[in-house]
Design a protein around this ligand. Sequence first.
Ligand code: CP
Length: 356
Amino acid sequence: MVGNDTGRHDHERQTIQCGERARRLNPGAAGVFRKSLPHTVERATNGAALASSQRHLLGIEGLSRETALALLAKSAEYHEVSRRAVRKVPVLTGKTIINLFFESSTRTRTSFELAGKRLGADVVNLGGSSSSMSKGESLLDTVATVDAMHADAIVIRHTASGAPHYVASRIRAPVVNAGDGMHEHPTQALLDAFTIRRRLGRELDGVVVAICGDILHSRVARSNVLLLTLLGAEVRLAGPRTLLPHVPNALGARTYDRIEPALEGADAVMMLRIQQERLGAALLPSLREYSREFGLSRKRLDLAKPGAIVMHPGPLNRGVEVSDDVADGATSAILDQVEAGVAVRMAVLAFSAGAT
Ligand code: CP
């Protein structure tokens, strides 16, 4: 393994991002929840060749409707488990889940940890500053190291788009994408679909979902458009022109540069976080102006269907994306999303780690 080597880091980052560009040009090769063909890998620790059937969740792109519905059905079972007095099922007893979070997270990290523990697995959490990556170890060497400890699934969040795909083809364990840069956040989309179905009490065919905010930089928007349309919903995307995809309707959802027409008659409204860490002032000069033009107020919510649910993936900038009364109102499903996150991640881990 190569240690303290910044050149290797640069090469790794370029490789990840080249891979990401290739996937955008060739969607068929992109992130999928797939059972890859059994293949052989060399283990760095002992040199033994091991055959492994891998089940990755790298993205919603390429996921079949059948698999998505099966995951949502399994999530419903685990949702009930999570409401019991004893919230454990012995599905992954003796298995090991390793969570690698190289970017901040509250909801995703905690819910993956709880999900693994509620399934009876041993769960290890490793973060950027507490890992040897802070001493210069590369991402791939870090992941190969935990893979050599016989992980049954590795969950990765990373700031670089394509990072989970980059490591997935180079290690033995199944990889679950917990959010990669501006690319995908597949478990977020699954928990959002789960929440909409549960709150509306029906399948998503014909359901109208308005997604509003920073569409351009949002992995949540991308994964949600892919999944919600796969499940039959009509998705509308609204935001300032500077925060919309450069090609209108590129994601297969109609785009709006005002929020009001996107809200009209919507069954669910999903407000996105303004990602101040990714935005330059040129894209969004003033949060106050953004809130005035695109924030979800009670008055604006009245344009949607009566009882339309309000969603936000979090973290929420209160008073910027959503007013307090709407965020805390009766139709808010924000904490339902958080609850669903544990159940959905239990279903995903059971599928990925249960296969090894
Ligand atoms: N929705 C989401 O990914 O939140 P966290 O960044 O807190 O995990």
